[in-house]
Design a protein. Structure first.
Length: 123
């Protein structure tokens, strides 16, 4: 994912894939921690509400990945990487809002598909 991402491209793809995504953070032990989140668009950034474990991971290691599964039998999933920042708001219902500055994005073709086009399409 070597070229600069255009946020408008990411926004359009999220509208296509929907607001439900998997958020992947990294634990103190270096293992992935994956949770489901609702992703919103706000002021050139993505926003999501996270629980205490994801928040602790992001506080120590702010790099994140978001993954949307292929839509309705489609050939591509959406993967977006970014850097999370804590919002100034107090937690609501045990969740804390974070904003995510997008650093890269890609449509990644599902493994094992044949003849379905490019394996990756950078955003």
């Amino acid at each position: 994912m070597g070229r600069e991402v255009v946020f408008e491209d990411v926004r359009r793809r999220i509208e296509e894939f929907g607001e439900r995504a998997a958020l992947i953070t990294v634990t103190d032990g270096g293992t992935p921690h994956t949770v489901s989140v609702l992703v919103g668009i706000g002021d050139g950034r993505l926003v999501a509400a996270v629980g205490s474990r994801s928040l602790a991971n992001l506080s120590a290691r702010p790099g994140v990945s978001l993954l949307w599964p292929a839509v309705d039998g489609g050939n591509y999933q959406l993967i977006v990487d970014g850097v999370a920042e804590l919002a100034a708001q107090a937690p609501i219902d045990g969740l804390t809002e974070v904003s995510i500055v997008v650093t890269s994005g890609i449509l990644h073709r599902l493994a094992g598909l044949r003849g379905a086009g490019s394996t990756c399409v950078a955003l």
